[in-house]
Design a protein around this ligand. Structure first.
Ligand SMILES: Nc1ncnc2c1ncn2[C@@H]1O[C@H](COP(=O)(O)OP(=O)(O)O)[C@@H](O)[C@H]1O
Ligand SMILES: [Mg+2]
Length: 365
């Protein structure tokens, strides 16, 4: 798939902007704070229904304006599509596909598939398990929107159970059983989907990582559930028992201590945990390997290449990694931001469309 048009109105620093990107590599270059990332953010927003850097949608409306919007036109295997997002400074955003408002947020998933690689992605390694769960959840949701709904239901049930645990009149065991039943069935589906993705993604990421490190490093990605996965039915039973077992302790803690909302993704290079022992370079390469694997899986399963968003990552990579990235990007439309265009040219790119970003506008060079 490819983006054929992007239109911003009162989005971040842009009063108005219109781009007609080419199919291949599209480079956005400009000084710091010129508005390069803002363009990628707009594309990410139309892909996943949220910003990659803020949870407050209103932040994306140009300061002093009541509303803003993003519209993305694209070509997909099933024909042209248009995704629009209307943002408001004092209200919830509204999204539309081909002019029709979304009835559920999950409807958006899979329409415009993007893989983003940005400096903040290092949080995937450095931060807590929540970041890694989010990464897996987003990757699976793009592949299978039904997973997103399962996750939503799980989170809603979890919220209810946690509220129940805090009831001052004591624990309502009948209600607890009802939530435990839901959590165990939904939870089993989540654990198995994540474990399956990690197995698939881990194998591809390991290959990528081996090439990126010239054979010096072996990356192993393993899903770490707090309840051992087995087949779906037994896993649901095990989760159910674990929930019952920990109920008393959970009352004391005021939260639910077992289930996929406590799982993690373990990343190990040559036997050592990347999070604890990895150098900055190894951590960065690990993220790159995972993202390239995500790209590969999306491409294969959707039979349509996703759009690649590379924010400020080029200059951080050595020549070998830059080349690998460009090879992976070859048949994907790619938006790349950088401050120095010479670096991209030096990596041997022959054809690219270059946009200069400055003064709240973007000019094609
Ligand atoms: N809601 C907003 N309204 C107006 N300007 C904004 C808004 N949010 C961010 N900006 C401006 O956008 C610029 C940062 O854009 P960004 O895309 O992150 O820059 P970079 O080119 O470094 O990637 C800053 O100048 C910032 O003041
Ligand atoms: Mg930036």
């Amino acid at each position: 798939m490819r983006v054929t048009g992007l239109r911003l109105v009162n989005f971040r620093n842009y009063p108005s902007l219109s781009l007609r990107p080419d199919a291949g590599l599209c480079v956005l270059t400009g000084e710091n704070a010129a508005g390069k990332t803002n363009v990628l953010e707009a594309l990410f927003l139309c892909s996943l229904g949220r910003s990659h850097r803020t949870v407050r949608d209103s932040e994306m409306v140009r300061k002093g304006e009541p509303a803003g919007s993003v519209a993305v036109d694209m070509d997909t295997r099933s024909g042209p599509r248009r995704i629009e997002c209307k943002l408001f400074s004092g209200d919830r955003k509204k999204m539309f596909i081909d002019g029709a408002p979304l009835s559920r947020s999950g409807e958006l998933l899979g329409c415009l598939n993007v893989v983003m690689f940005a400096p903040e992605d290092l949080a995937l390694i450095k931060d807590g398990p929540g970041e890694r769960r989010r990464f897996l959840d987003m990757a699976i949701s793009q592949l299978r929107p039904s997973y997103y709904y399962t996750l939503q239901q799980y989170n809603a049930a979890l919220k209810q159970r946690n509220a129940l645990l805090k009831e001052p009149e004591g624990l309502d065991y009948d209600a607890l059983e009802c939530w435990d039943e839901q959590l165990s069935v939904l939870g089993a589906a989540i654990v198995l989907a994540r474990a399956e993705l990690v197995e698939h993604m881990g194998a591809i990421a390991a290959e990528q990582h081996e090439t990126l490190s010239d054979g010096a490093e072996t990356l192993v990605a393993a899903y770490e559930p707090n309840v051992e996965p087995s087949d779906r039915e037994s896993l649901a039973k095990t989760l159910r028992l674990a929930l019952a077992d920990t109920a008393e302790r959970d009352v004391y803690r005021g939260s639910t201590s077992v289930g996929p909302h406590r799982d993690d993704l373990k990343l190990v290079i040559n036997g050592s945990d990347v999070r604890v022992y990895g150098s900055q370079g190894q951590q960065r390469t690990t993220v790159l390997s995972l993202k390239l694997a995500q790209l590969e899986i999306l491409r294969a399963e959707k039979e349509d290449s996703p759009v690649l968003l590379l924010d400020d990552v080029f200059s951080e990579l050595d020549r070998n990694r830059q080349k690998m990235l460009l090879i992976a990007a070859q048949d994907c439309q790619t938006f790349l931001t950088c401050t120095h265009i010479e670096e991209v040219a030096a990596a041997g790119v022959e054809q690219m469309q270059v946009y200069q970003v400055a003064d709240r506008s973007v000019v094609e060079l």
